[in-house]
Design a protein around this ligand. Structure first.
Ligand code: PMP
Length: 443
């Protein structure tokens, strides 16, 4: 029977609401990797606040940090004034940045969301360069506010807002499984870099000098697509040569999720600007942009905002960062992530509907395809996606107590973003539920 609470909220909430449509649960309690709904059913949460909950729900160190703020009677609202909590948070944040980057980095507090950090990054590089053009990538996701949405590498969500289309030049992302150049592996990477080189340096392309290039080292919402390290090193070199600031959006991939503190570290590069949110507030809302000091050219007060001093979020964030480091959760994420990925790859040999399994650490995607679909005359091309089947698998998982989310340019990539504290046994349980759900949905 439909739950009255779900129906009541759906009736009053905006038509733009998103997650409750695909995950119709009314949640009551949560702990670790589990959530419990109002009917007492338990679910494994492999969405985890879209990658926010690095330590899972209500981790004791996070709860303790929040309670301490209240016990000590600390000010809950401080605008962006100086406080000991903020001081400690900045120290903890700078401690996890690559050393050469941290040396002269600056931090701007942005407000609660990842989109806020992206907006600030755009303003920062536009101010510093005097240019208005941003380079972004096909399939990118940087948020839903107008500036961030402008960068989205798929048209659907932007269509109702035609006026925001200007000022962004989209470039092909190295999506190996469906390479835009029809070339897999190294050849595809080389072709992509050659194309970007041309856009940056050949005036005949008609692209003005860019204010910045923004990318995800592993696309999340766009379908869990890791960029090859060689490609990341390539765009780092090209942007440095062209004097275009390189912004890496680590909102989803940051904080040990991919097996390193930040996903760009796999490639060993140093970006100019990094946007951070989600896990940084230890499950409370917080976002920052960190950048090379040289870019700090905006005027005093150029980026204000009332809610940039969330003390509880900073306390929870500090506790999270310290726990991530103390427990070496990047290594754990790598290990259990490999267990999950290899389990999924094994399934791939039984289910031709699994077109691709990819990702890094605990950011894993499974691209669902229709093995019978598409043009048989071009065998080198991967079969077409099938969002309906992906959706059916998601529903079957939910029925069996597993929350997963879909992503990708057609909503046909199943995404696993569990809390980083997930154990091997829990991974095996996830695989069990997923296998049965896949069997049922493909029958
Ligand atoms: N950048 C990336 C890479 C993201 O994944 C997201 C959110 N999924 C955002 C930015 C936007 O964050 P928010 O939803 O908090 O605005």
């Amino acid at each position: 029977a439909p739950n009255p609470l779900l129906e009541r909220q759906a009736a009053r909430e905006s038509n733009a609401r998103s997650y409750p449509r695909r995950i119709p649960l009314a949640l009551k309690r949560a702990h670790g990797i589990y959530v419990e709904d109002v009917e007492g059913r338990i679910f494994i949460d492999c969405l985890a606040g879209a990658g926010t909950l690095a330590l899972g729900h209500n981790h004791p160190v996070v709860i303790e940090a929040i309670q301490q703020v209240m016990k000590d009677g600390l000010p809950l609202h401080t605008l962006d004034l100086t406080t000991p909590i903020k001081d400690r948070f900045i120290q903890d944040l700078f401690d996890i940045l690559p050393v050469d980057f941290a040396r002269d980095a600056k931090v701007q507090f942005c407000g609660p969301t990842g989109s806020d950090a992206v907006e600030a990054a755009l303003k920062l590089v536009k101010t510093a360069t005097g240019s208005g053009t941003i380079l972004a990538f096909h399939g990118a996701y940087h948020g839903m506010t107008q500036g961030a949405l402008q960068l989205m590498g798929s048209l659907g969500p932007k269509k109702p807002l035609n006026s925001i289309q200007h000022g962004v030049q989209f470039l092909p992302y190295p999506y190996d499984y469906r390479c835009p150049f029809g070339l897999g592996g190294e050849a595809g990477v080389r072709a992509g870099l050659h194309y970007i080189d041309t856009v940056l340096n050949d005036p005949e392309c008609g692209v003005p000098r860019a204010a910045g290039m923004i990318f995800e080292a592993i696309q999340g919402e766009g379908g869990v697509i890791p960029a090859p390290d060689a490609w990341i090193r390539g765009i780092r070199e090209l942007t440095a040569k062209a004097d275009v600031p390189l912004i890496v959006d680590e909102v989803q991939s940051g904080f040990c999720r991919t097996g390193k503190m930040f996903a760009f570290e796999h490639a060993g590069v140093t970006p100019d600007v990094v946007t951070l949110s989600k896990a940084i507030g230890g499950s409370l809302p917080l976002s920052v942009v960190v950048y090379r000091g040289e870019l700090d050219q905006w005027a005093p007060g150029a980026h204000a905002g009332t809610f940039r001093g969330n003390q509880m979020a900073m306390a929870a964030g500090s506790a999270t960062i310290r726990f991530l480091r103390a427990e070496r959760l990047h290594e754990h994420a790598r290990q259990v992530g490999e267990r999950l990925a290899s389990g999924l790859r094994q399934l791939q040999s039984y289910f031709p509907q699994i077109g691709d399994v990819r990702g890094r650490g605990l950011m894993i995607g499974v691209e669902i395809v229709d093995p019978e679909g598409g043009r048989r005359d071009n065998a080198s091309r991967p079969p077409p996606t099938t969002p309906a089947l992906a959706r059916a698998i998601q529903n079957e998982c939910l029925r069996r107590g597993l929350i997963i989310e879909l992503g990708g340019r057609h909503g046909s990539v199943i995404r696993f973003l569990p809390p980083l504290v997930i154990t091997e046994r829990q991974i095996d349980h996830v695989l069990e539920i997923f296998t049965i759900s896949l069997q049922t949905a493909t029958k």
